[in-house]
Design a protein around this ligand. Structure first.
Ligand code: NAP
Length: 356
């Protein structure tokens, strides 16, 4: 059943990237917004929203910050961007199940057990990992299995009122990972060095998927209005995209004269280049199913993706103003660098041209 408008929304998070865009769009649309966070990441944002400060891992502080129903503590929807452990979702459900109309869990496309090269739809098997329930820290190895357990906790706590959103690679301004941003900055540099080659990895026809976090946020807000439930892959673009199309969109936005030099996947890998981190977004053919998620359900429920060239332009402009490199999670260790350093890329290109 469609909701009243404007809505009264609770965002568990809301001050870094996806949550930041969500809060901004929700406020622009006239919704009442409550943000719950620890006050560590950009806490000065959104003075027009209500901020409740608590560490959700401190059960008493979390409960106190959510307040009582009698104090107005009910919401049309809660959007949870900051859950990584099933105990966090179970705790949210214990406190919120009777107080929200819908609960949205921001899960991840990483929940899937395998990407076999075919389009992965929402019914595909999910990862399991023995002992994941007891994990105290998120790692690359347990992230997907922990998100799958978070999904189970959401369904147990909220039933059909749980929307499980499974984003693919989120990109655009305020991305703290620096991944897509590296390509935007690389292309912006190519515009200043039009005679220099730029390395383009692997198969030009290999698939790529990513979604502008602002488009993901708008879709999530529409799902709050429509009160949908169930699981949904959330990535883009609307039409299949190749690595060549990905770079062409960046060239169109930032560096029309950039000279791409395509370099074979086998050569790139033999040189010790790490897919996804040394060359963000790019995956070799064996892993490229990650970029072939079926987004039919998201499209059928209103997902609209802006042109990728616009995301490239906006990301480069944001990065030039604010710095686009990887940002540490508040209070956490520095994130490792992403993307090839200019000297390494140049050396790879020299080696490519000099091969026998
Ligand atoms: N980036 C991607 O490509 C990608 C892909 C798939 C899925 N995802 C998922 O997307 C979600 C979005 O993350 P985001 O960083 O963009 O969201 P965000 O809502 O913009 O930022 C995270 C928020 O959570 C708060 N927070 C963190 N730990 C907390 C705690 N213990 N208690 C209370 N608040 C806490 C942070 O504020 P304080 O630090 O001030 O507490 C911040 O407001 C994540 O769940 C991620 O797994 C991301």
């Amino acid at each position: 059943m469609p909701r009243r408008y404007p809505m009264n929304l609770l965002i568990l998070g809301g001050t870094r990237f996806l949550g930041r865009h969500l809060a901004e769009l929700a406020l622009q649309a006239g919704h009442e917004v409550t943000l719950l966070h620890r006050g560590r990441s950009n806490a000065q944002l959104f003075p027009e929203a209500e901020h409740r400060i608590a560490d959700r891992d401190d059960a008493a502080a979390f409960a106190a910050a959510l307040g009582r129903v009698s104090e107005g503590g009910t919401w049309d929807a809660a959007i949870d961007t900051s859950a990584y452990f099933p105990r966090q979702v179970a705790q949210a459900a214990a406190l919120l199940a009777d107080r929200v109309g819908q609960y949205q869990l921001i899960s991840s496309i990483s929940v899937y057990a395998s990407f076999d090269g075919l389009a992965t739809d929402e019914s595909a098997p999910r990862l399991t990992l023995p002992g994941a329930e007891q994990a105290q820290a998120v790692t690359g190895a347990n992230y997907g299995a922990l998100k799958a357990l978070c999904e189970d906790a959401a369904l147990e706590g909220f039933g059909e009122r749980a929307l499980i959103a499974r984003p693919g690679l989120l990109v655009g301004p305020w991305d703290p990972t620096g991944r897509f941003t590296w390509w935007a900055e690389r292309l912006a540099r190519a515009a200043t060095e039009p005679d220099t080659e730029m390395l383009a990895p692997g198969d030009p026809l290999g698939p790529v998927q990513c979604i502008d976090a602002r488009d993901a946020a708008l879709w999530l807000l529409h799902q709050a209005e429509a009160c949908t439930g169930g699981a949904c892959n959330l990535t883009g673009p609307e039409e299949p995209l190749t690595m060549a199309g990905f770079l062409a969109a960046g060239q169109a936005a930032l560096a029309p004269q950039a000279r791409l030099q395509w370099v074979d996947e086998d050569f790139v890998l033999a040189q010790g280049v790490a897919p996804w981190s040394d060359l963000p977004v790019w995956l070799p053919a064996v892993s490229s199913g990650v970029h072939r998620a079926d987004i039919g359900r998201a499209l059928a429920t209103g997902l609209q993706c802006r042109p990728l060239a616009q995301t490239f332009a906006d990301t480069a402009a944001w990065a030039a103003q604010h710095g686009g490199g990887p940002q540490p999670i508040a209070g956490g260790p520095p994130r490792p660098a992403v993307g090839l350093a200019p000297a390494r890329e140049a050396a790879l290109l020299r080696a490519w041209h000099a091969r026998g």
